[in-house]
Design a protein around this ligand. Structure first.
Ligand SMILES: Nc1ncnc2c1ncn2[C@@H]1O[C@H](COP(=O)(O)OP(=O)(O)OP(=O)(O)O)[C@@H](O)[C@H]1O
Ligand SMILES: [Mg+2]
Length: 259
C-alpha cells in the first residue's frame, strides 16, 4: 500500500494545496509514483496542475457515489509518475447529500481500500488535498489517511488553530481511525527574520518534539504565480526559493517514511 498522506488545517489559505501539489511533484521527480487526490470542491489542486474544473467530467465525487471505479477517475497527468483524481464539478453535493448517512465518514477510506481499489498498490504515495472547512470531506480525508501534516503560517493565532487540529485528530482517532498520526508541522509563508516565527518554532519543538517541526516553506512569489499557469513551482520556476523548499520538504518526508 502507498503511504497515505493528508495536508490538513482547518484554517483557509495556509498553504495546504500548494504543499500537496508541490510535494507530490517533487516526490514524482524523485521517481516515486504519486497519486494526488483533490478532495476540495474549489478544485485548486486540479487547477494548479492545469485541469480547470469546468473541463472535468468525472472525479472524486463519482468515486464516492460509486458511479465510477477508481480506474475511471485517475488522470495520468503530463508530469511523469504523477496521477490525479480531480475534484469534479459535483463535489459540493457530496457534503450536502451524504452528511446525514450513517458511516459516511468512512466512505472515502472504503473506496481507497485495497479490496475496492486494486491498483492503488502501484503507487508509493497517495496525497489528499482537503478543503479548509471541518466538514465531511476533511473528516473523510483524515479517516482515509495514516499521516497528517499540518501546513501552518507562523502567524498570530496560528497555535490556536493547531490546538483545534490536534483535537480533531484525536476525535478521528477515537471514532474511526486509530492509525492516524500527526506526522509533522510545516511552517509556511515563513520569514525567519521575524521574532514571531522563531518563537512559534520554539513552541512547536517544546510541545511536539524536535522531529515534528519540518523544513519551512519561505514566502515566495513564484509559489503564488505558478498555479495561474497550471504548473507546479518545480516546472514554473525550478530555481526559485519555493521550488528549493518543496524539494527539501519532499526529501524530508520521504526519509521519515524509512525509519
Ligand atoms: N510560501 C508561499 N509564498 C507565497 N505565496 C504562497 C505560499 N504558499 C501559498 N501561497 C499562495 O497563497 C494562497 C493560499 O495558498 P493555498 O491555496 O495553498 O492554501 P490552502 O490552505 O490550500 O487554501 P484553502 O484553504 O482555500 O484550500 C495561494 O494563492 C497560494 O498560491
Ligand atoms: Mg486548498
Amino acid at each position: 500500500m502507498p503511504r497515505m498522506i493528508v495536508f490538513a488545517n482547518r484554517k483557509g489559505g495556509c498553504g495546504k494545496t500548494t504543499t500537496a501539489v508541490n510535494v507530490a511533484h517533487a516526490l514524482a521527480l524523485r521517481n516515486r509514483k504519486v497519486l494526488l487526490l483533490d478532495a476540495d470542491p474549489q478544485a485548486h489542486a486540479s487547477i494548479s496542475l492545469g485541469y480547470p474544473s469546468d473541463s472535468l467530467t468525472s472525479g472524486i465525487y463519482d468515486l464516492l457515489t460509486g458511479a465510477s471505479s477508481p480506474a475511471d477517475v485517475i488522470i495520468p497527468t503530463r508530469l511523469k509518475k504523477l496521477s490525479l483524481i480531480p475534484a469534479s464539478r459535483h463535489l459540493t453535493a457530496f457534503e450536502m447529500d451524504y452528511s446525514s448517512r450513517s458511516g459516511c465518514e468512512s466512505l472515502l477510506a472504503e473506496k481507497l481500500s485495497d479490496t475496492v481499489f486494486n491498483d492503488l498498490s502501484v503507487f508509493d504515495y497517495l496525497i489528499i488535498d482537503p478543503p479548509p472547512t471541518v466538514g465531511l470531506l476533511t473528516v473523510s480525508a483524515l479517516v482515509a489517511a495514516k499521516e497528517v501534516f499540518i501546513p501552518m503560517p507562523m502567524h498570530f493565532l496560528a497555535m490556536e488553530g493547531l490546538a483545534e487540529m490536534m483535537r480533531l485528530i484525536y476525535t478521528v482517532n477515537a471514532a474511526w481511525n486509530p492509525a492516524l498520526r500527526m506526522a509533522g508541522i510545516i511552517p509556511t509563508f515563513y520569514n525567519k527574520q521575524t521574532k514571531l516565527a522563531r518563537e512559534l518554532g520554539e513552541e512547536i519543538r517544546t510541545n511536539f518534539g524536535e522531529d515534528r517541526l519540518l523544513p519551512a516553506i519561505r514566502m515566495n512569489v513564484s509559489l503564488a504565480e505558478a498555479p495561474g499557469y497550471g504548473q507546479t513551482v518545480l516546472e514554473y520556476a525550478p530555481a526559485s526559493a519555493g521550488a528549493k523548499d518543496y524539494k527539501k520538504l519532499a526529501l524530508h518526508i520521504e526519509r521519515m517514511g524509512r525509519v
